[in-house]
Design a protein around this ligand. Structure first.
Ligand SMILES: [Zn+2]
Length: 429
């Protein structure tokens, strides 16, 4: 059985102890019994489940359940199974092979569904009924969806202002209790952490169970993004995996997944991780740049990439370990780089929300600096669907956002209501 271990004080818990955080406040790591897992032919087991019609095998999370944790009943919406798109135009332009893993194709439109099915299942299995998260949007949409589908109480605490409209609409539509508090994401997160400290393992049904990425089971679910990429590539690891970085749950999960897959012999080399922050919300980038000397949160983070607008990421120590164990790199991307990368991914017919485009912005930087070599295979992770934030897309293409390169701006044209005007507009006079 996996165990929960606090890296701060080394206290250990069994899964049946119903813990989310340690007594000392430290975040718990779920440690897999790797020696025992090595005795199973996991590649064969995982591959035999591809194409399954029924849950749990049909879920792109629970297909890998040997590397998660045991639960009696899963709360699943068939999440995962997202596509890995080739991007030929971008690959030619950069002289590398770029593939995009589109996590926006999950049931609620973002990667969050993977951690959500894992953590809600963990909570519901110990009798929890009330689930809470602080969220800039995607987590709340996912939590609301999974709670609605499983008849559980969803509570989302969101910061005031600048929540992407698509995401707020989901939380409301799915019937979660939406509580908007004064202050930014970090203020909302503090309140949720306080709720977490009040969680009573003796009385889970009356307690509120925290579903932010401090929850170790979320990390386990998010590991399956990497496992699915590896399986889609026939267990041949790419040279790089590049991902957006905000609260650092994915960075933590990706490093853990890569290390476990490598230790279990599922892959014979580790891909390097590149975590990409927005310049206006870059505490992890600064921490990396300081040689891991000093972690300082960013006051009043600001970026158009709302999904990663986080000044005080909860998982920075776990994420540091991921970067170290994968010989990884942390980068920052400007608003201009993010918008241009988004327009490029959109114009390739793939599409994503602004934060997701950090992956391409990071790939471009690494190619330019020579860190990524010609011909290397790179997977960029797109964390959310294009329709999560339609305002930014429409503002960009209407010319309402200041950008240095407007070549991709695709303004709607007003024309007379006749055929001649249409022929003229499409250059067929
Ligand atoms: Zn501890």
């Amino acid at each position: 059985m996996p165990k929960l271990i606090c890296p701060a004080c080394d206290q250990r818990f069994n899964l049946t102890d119903n813990r989310v955080v340690c007594d000392c406040g430290g975040l718990l790591n779920l440690v897999q019994p790797l020696e025992k897992l090595k005795k199973q032919n996991l590649k064969e087991i995982f591959d035999s489940r591809l194409g399954a019609r029924e849950l749990p095998d049909a879920s792109g999370v629970w297909r890998y359940r040997e590397l998660l944790f045991p639960v009696e009943k899963i709360m699943s919406r068939g999440e995962g199974n997202t596509r890995l798109y080739p991007a030929p135009q971008i690959s030619v332009e950069l002289d590398v092979e770029v593939l995009f893993k589109h996590e926006g194709e999950n049931p609620s439109g973002s990667f969050k569904d993977r951690g959500m099915t894992a953590a809600i299942s963990a909570g519901a299995n110990i009798g929890c009924r009330n689930f809470v998260c602080a969220s800039t949007g995607n987590t709340s949409a996912s939590l609301a969806s999974y709670c609605a589908a499983n008849d559980l109480n969803g509570i989302v605490i969101i910061p005031e202002g600048k929540i992407a409209f698509g995401k707020l609409s989901q939380a409301l539509a799915f019937g979660a209790k939406v509580l908007q508090v004064e202050g930014d994401f970090d203020a909302a997160m503090q309140l949720v952490n306080e709720l977490g400290r009040r969680f009573n393992p003796e009385n889970p049904s009356e307690s509120v169970y925290v579903l932010n990425s401090v929850n170790p089971f979320r990390i386990e679910g998010q590991k399956t993004i990497v496992l699915e990429i590896l399986q889609q590539l026939a267990w041949e690891a790419p040279d790089w995996i590049v991902l957006p970085a905000g609260n650092l749950g994915n960075t933590s999960a990706f490093g853990k997944a890569i290390s476990e897959a490598f230790d279990l012999g599922l892959i014979d080399k580790k891909p390097r991780l590149a975590a990409v922050q927005a310049t206006g919300a870059n505490p992890f980038f600064n921490y990396f740049k300081s040689g891991w000397e000093k972690f300082e949160s960013v006051e009043n983070p600001e970026t158009i990439a709302t999904a990663i607008k986080i000044g005080n990421p909860q998982s920075f120590l776990r994420a540091k370990r991921s970067i170290e164990t994968t010989n990884g790199i942390v980068l920052e991307a400007t608003e201009d780089e993010i918008l241009d990368a988004k327009a490029t991914i959109d114009a390739a017919g793939i599409g994503c929300e602004p934060a997701s485009a950090c992956s391409l912005a990071g790939i471009r930087q690494l190619v330019k600096s020579g860190e990524i070599k010609p011909g290397q295979k790179i997977v960029g992770v797109l964390t959310g669907h294009l329709l999560k934030d339609p305002d930014t897309t429409v503002n960009y293409h209407s010319g309402r956002l200041a950008v240095s390169n407007a070549a991709r701006v695709n303004r709607p044209q007003k024309i007379e209501a006749d055929l001649d005007a249409i022929f003229k507009a499409i250059g067929r006079e």
